[in-house]
Design a protein around this ligand. Structure first.
Ligand code: 0WK
Ligand code: BGC
Ligand code: BGC
Length: 924
């Protein structure tokens, strides 16, 4: 009958007991013994080969090479730093899998830098065998029951507890609290867990138990817990080494060497999972027949071969198999065996530890063997000790070869010839087998002579280390909650966006009727989009965006040719006197004419003036108010065409003939309309934002006529200046508005456009810094500098091709000392701010196209929108978010967004061309 023993190995082959008559010791027993013990001898060369092969496999895995699959997994653990010692608080730790068939619950109080060290309180619970190989839910429910039984002893009341889950099995971690079990090891074989997130399974079990509110904030491998639990005085330890029932190690690797992480700075703790190391070349010669027998009968044949030569769970079995082998050949115990000797798991790790321990007298070994139902002869005890020593020595040497591979990796990873390093050790093999550590140390010195290694025994099996990681996780989780709370107002729902769309529709209707509205709905006197018959050379000016441009636009049969020149408008001119501004503009025109050899030529001029103007005609535009950082005096309320003409007169540049003034939205619509006649909407999302569209003239109260169309400049930047956007406005928006040169104005623009997004982000970052969430709570001078965080940074930071490291580079260039978590949070802030901007812009466009559709009483509308503006063009996701929002809110409109190639200068020239054509027709 075959059943599973404590080590999860099937029960015996061959009946226990003694041969009829006691067998004389066969003559070749010494050879038989030596032949057995020799199998466990590992040469220096073999150890070096194992070291080299394991190192090779580690580096393969780090580089993400999948074929051939590396035999060690090198799993990132999301532990990015060794403890700062600042961690504090009470934490519950649940340890599963580190110490074989039992789990442990601990209450750990961390005192941070100020306090002395508090002893963790703990309790161990034996896990019934059937639970270790039964349904996964049963195991996690068992763990949850142990947890609450443990907490019953504590005055917890209903305070929320933070738990660190030490789960000592190979797992793919995708976060500090998200970890998927790859495969069970060490006698565990529960169903329905491999491939699952074990944190969720524990959370569900705790939920089902329902006794305590426990938040599982971190899952940690026992090797990591051991490393993190290293006494601050002794460490910091940068390697964690566990040899208990199983074996494993972790170490701090340079993040840039871990292919799966897009990190280039800092270090990350890697769980090597060397238990699965196997390399026929390196291990083949070392594996004995007993190893093969043990593996064959294990719960996971073929897996964890390296662990099965080192882990405490297997040492007893190896010794048993050797003793059974020698007994059945009469070499030992007179050929007698016993049920314990023939049944798997019959010899426990603690048996081997005692029998191998030089300080344990022969009498003790004798007693142990008797307890195993054997009748040892005097010579047997010594032989048994040799077998125990051979098995344990090999285990320690193999462990040393593996550790030496990790040390070599550290030397390479840090490009250091010599290495001084502290290794935290944990596990009962260290505690029980005193010779294990000394053999390990000696062998490491042989294999890694240029490494000065200090071994720091972990005092509580890593419980404190797990609490440290939990404290870090708790801090990060708290930061994440504060980040979510801070960004929540930026996450607009469909209902909120539909409300913006509806409010904009009402404001449009009121504006068209000439009633009070934050949308001025200004007639532009552009009544038609180009029809392609336009011809001629035109000068065009493009003022109001990032660049001031003077253009020569040639509209010919073959299309439109443009040559242009960008001139700067210094802030002192943009905010100086109107005369100075327009004189500067004319200077640029004259300079351009000279460069283009146009001096003295009289060309019609179209003026793209991207500010709210009440137009009384195509060439008359009264500036209503400056926006976007312009504030030249004596202009508001003036006809800017007059101002330009006066400047032309002052400059005697009399040949300049200003024919039309157009808003950049109109110029953009016309420019795109020249290619696509369905383009009836113009949209700018640049320094500022605005839109225009072809409205039915009958709906424009301020302009006579009921037929035909009129392009309306909505000036939607001012939408919400009547407070109607109050429910969406955040404190950060209010801060940006307060600090602007036109507080209370252009509220919609200040939530969307390029001049303001960077500032919104800066204010959010300052807020998060004040909460201690970012930059360790240290606000830097730079971050308090206005406009230091350019909107172009959002476009750069949010670009998919930009790894986190480049995000950090941008922020460090800003003098912001940050961690990778900080960089990630800054990225999320940028995403939230730009997403809101794009969605609000989308809600506006949806309002416009729905207006056109309803104007025309159409079921479906197909329309194109001409777009320009740096933010729209440069931001990696803005345009797609706008389109998605329009699709969502105006599903009956098929909207095509056309990015304007030549800017609105071309549009201004086309408007001028249309005006000239219409003027000629009226003159003929
Ligand atoms: C380019 C257009 C110009 C418009 C600008 C807006 O030619 O008329 O004002 O786009 O984008 P910004 O330069 O403000 O990003
Ligand atoms: C597991 C490791 C664990 C080691 C020591 C191995 O079987 O795969 O995750 O660290 O045992 O407990
Ligand atoms: C102006 C608009 C302009 C928009 C885009 C806004 O600040 O008021 O006239 O169209 O910026 O440049």
């Amino acid at each position: 009958m075959d059943s599973v023993g404590p080590l999860g190995l099937q029960q015996g082959d061959g009946a226990p007991g003694c041969p009829q008559e006691a067998l004389p010791c066969p003559s070749n027993s010494p050879e038989l013994v030596q032949e057995c013990l020799r199998q466990f001898k590992v040469t220096g060369a073999q150890l070096r080969q194992i070291q080299a092969s394991l190192l090779g496999s580690m580096e393969q895995a780090l580089s993400g090479q999948a074929n051939p699959a590396p035999t060690v997994r090198m799993l990132p653990t999301y532990v990015g730093s060794v403890p700062h010692g600042t961690e504090q608080g009470d934490f519950v730790v649940l340890e599963l899998g580190a110490i074989g068939a039992s789990l442990r619950v601990l209450w750990v109080t961390l005192m941070g830098t100020k306090g002395h060290r508090m002893e963790p309180q703990s309790r161990e619970f034996v896990i019934p065998q059937e639970v270790m190989v039964g349904p996964g839910q049963q195991l996690f429910d068992f763990a949850a029951r142990c947890l609450s039984e443990f907490l019953d002893a504590f005055p917890v009341g209903n305070q929320g507890l933070q738990l660190g889950f030490s789960f000592s099995f190979p797992c793919h971690q995708t976060g500090l609290d998200k970890s998927t079990l790859i495969s069970w090891t060490k006698g565990f074989r529960c169903s329905g867990v491999e491939g699952q997130d074990v944190v969720q399974l524990l959370r569900d079990a705790i939920q089902r138990q329902g006794a305590y509110s426990i938040d599982v904030v971190a899952v940690v491998n026992d090797a990591v817990g051991t490393m993190m639990g290293c006494e601050p005085g002794a460490g910091p330890c940068e390697v964690g080494l566990v040899v208990d029932t199983g074996t494993n190690a972790c170490y701090m690797e340079e993040a840039r060497h871990v292919a799966v992480l897009d990190e280039d700075r800092g270090r990350v703790c890697i769980s090597v999972e060397w238990g699965s190391f196997s390399d026929d070349g390196a291990l083949g010669p070392v594996l004995t027949t007993f190893d093969h027998a043990l593996d064959h009968e294990s719960l996971n044949p073929g897996a964890q071969r390296f662990e099965k030569m080192i882990g405490g769970l297997y040492l007893g079995e190896l010794v048993r198999l050797v003793l059974a082998h020698l007994a059945q050949r009469g070499v030992l115990f007179g050929g007698c065996t016993s049920p314990a000797l023939l049944s798997r798991g019959g010899i426990l790790p603690e048996h081997v530890a005692e029998m191998e321990d030089p300080s344990a007298g022969a009498a003790r070994v004798h007693t142990i063997l008797q307890d195993l139902g054997l009748r040892p002869r005097a010579s047997d005890t010594e032989l048994v000790r040799h077998v125990c020593a051979a098995v344990c020595t090999r285990a320690a040497q193999l462990c040393a070869a593996a550790l030496a591979a990790v040390l070599s990796r550290l030397q390479r990873s840090r490009e250091q010839e010599t290495l001084q390093i502290a290794v935290a050790t944990g596990g009962r093999v260290f505690e029980r087998h005193p010779r294990f550590l000394s053999i390990l140390q000696e062998t490491v010195m042989l294999l890694a002579p240029r490494c000065d290694v200090s071994f720091i025994p972990s005092v509580d099996g890593g419980g404190r280390g797990v609490a440290m990681v939990t404290a870090v996780a708790a801090r990060l989780a708290a930061h994440r909650r504060l980040l979510e709370e801070t960004l929540a107002p930026f996450r607009l729902t469909r209902e909120q966006l539909a409300a913006v769309q509806a409010q904009m529709r009402e404001a449009m209707a009121r504006g068209l009727r000439g009633e009070a509205s934050s949308l001025r709905m200004l007639p532009t006197y552009v009544r038609a989009t180009p029809d392609g018959s336009e011809r001629g050379d035109f000068l065009a000016l493009d003022l109001g965006g990032t660049n001031f441009r003077v253009l020569l636009v040639r509209v010919a049969t073959g299309g439109v040719q443009i040559s242009s020149q960008i001139y700067s408008i210094p802030e002192c001119v943009a905010q100086g006197s109107g005369q100075q501004l327009f004189d500067h503009i004319v200077d640029c025109i004259v300079d351009f004419q000279q460069k283009q050899g146009l001096s003295g030529q009289s060309l019609p001029l179209g003026f793209t003036f991207s500010f709210p103007c009440r137009q009384l005609g195509l060439d008359q535009g009264i500036l209503l108010t400056w926006t976007k950082g312009f504030n030249a005096s004596d202009c508001e309320g003036q006809d800017v065409v007059c101002l330009l003409r006066e400047a032309i007169r002052r400059r005697q540049a009399t040949e300049l003939n200003v024919v039309a003034i157009v808003n950049d939205t109109v110029g953009t619509m016309m420019s795109c309309g020249y290619e696509d006649p369905r383009c009836e909407v113009g949209l700018i999302v640049g320094t500022g934002t605005n839109a225009c569209y072809m409205e039915e003239l009958r709906n424009v109260a301020s302009v006579a006529g009921d037929s035909g169309h009129m392009c309306i400049n909505m000036e939607w930047g001012a939408f919400g200046d009547d407070g109607s956007l109050g429910m969406l406005s955040t404190n950060f928006d209010a801060s940006v508005d307060q600090a602007s040169i036109n507080p209370g104005k252009q509220r919609f623009e200040k939530m969307i456009s390029g001049m303001y997004l960077g500032e919104i982000v800066r204010h959010v970052l300052l807020h998060l810094t004040s909460l201690g969430v970012l930059f360790r709570g240290q606000p830097t001078q730079r971050l308090q500098t206005r406009d230091i965080f350019k909107t172009k940074f959002l476009s750069e930071i949010e670009s998919d091709s930009l790894a986190l490291r480049q995000v950090r580079a941008i922020l460090e260039a800003l003098g912001l000392p940050l961690t990778s978590d900080d960089a990630l949070m800054v990225l999320e802030v940028c995403q939230a701010v730009s997403q809101r901007a794009a969605q609000l812009c989308g809600a506006g466009v949806a309002a416009v196209v729905e207006k056109i559709r309803e104007n025309r009483g159409l079921e479906e509308l197909t329309v194109s929108v001409g777009v320009d503006g740096t933010l729209y063009k440069m931001h990696p996701h803005f345009s797609s978010l706008v389109a998605a929002t329009v699709q969502e809110l105006a599903p009956r409109c098929a909207v095509t967004f056309l990015q304007s190639e030549d800017g609105s200068g071309k549009g201004a020239a086309l408007v001028t061309a249309v005006a000239c054509r219409l003027a000629q027709m009226t003159h003929v």
